[in-house]
Design a protein around this ligand. Sequence first.
Ligand code: CAA
Length: 257
Amino acid sequence: MAYETIIAETRGKVGLITLNRPKALNALNSQVMADVVAAANAFGADAAIGAMVITGSEKAFAAGADIKEMQSIAYVDAYTQDFFVGWEELTRTRKPVIAAVAGYALGGGCELAMMCDFIIAADTAKFGQPEITLGVIPGMGGSQRLTRFVGKSKAMDMCLTGRMMDAAEAERSGLVSRVVPAAELVEEAVKAAAKIADFSLPSVMMAKEAVNRSFETTLAEGLRFERRLFHSLFALEDQKEGMAAFAEKRKPNFTNR
Ligand code: CAA
């Protein structure tokens, strides 16, 4: 399917979404939101796809929400229409989504990356929440998700000063899972997604669900939730196949989809 502001394509079992508003450094307007959500939903519903990657350009993953679209919004409209609520649908995607970030990931760009399941950064990546410089605060989850990623002190520093964090600091702080050379970013992210897509789909989806639950519940409830999911996997052919393949020293062939 063709979209206005993104390119959606498949690489084997991986759905690749590339933000494509180069003249605006991939600023996230409402069309980008609609396109990204539609593409993620389409890949989510496609049985041939096991994982997704969202990326931008070499210069910018995304330089934030579209300031020019936002600047004249009235409070009454922002509130009654719950401006930005549409992005929440992306976080309901049940298959894994990797953010592959090169260049600027600022404001909504950083927040979009954090909505994904993990972030692989190019050595050129720069993360920031500069909303304070515009007279506002993060509105797509930055104050909440960044704090969970990097802790209070650094999240306060980023949100209050609006400064940028380079890839090395982002890796040191736990914001990104790994840093790769910029020229290899998309290839490395697609390779990671392809590896995930080769595993048992129900196991992958439950692993994502279990890790995400840890942010929403107590340790005791989270452990109980994990154990119930773990038990349920023994009902699937993929568990028998995965463990038989190990014992027989061969590659598993997972078929539950
Ligand atoms: N919204 C709309 N347009 C943007 C944009 C944004 N967030 N970021 C960049 N652009 C546009 C610029 O206006 C410019 O357009 P024109 O050529 O028509 O003038 C084009 O993209 C190229 O940008 P620059 O000329 O500024 O490029 P640069 O290399 O000199 O600077 C930059 C790059 C430092 C990223 C700079 O563009 C910048 O500071 N951008 C804004 C970053 C920002 O404040 N982001 C937060 C937005 S608010 C938000 O995201 C709220 C939220 O919580 C969701």
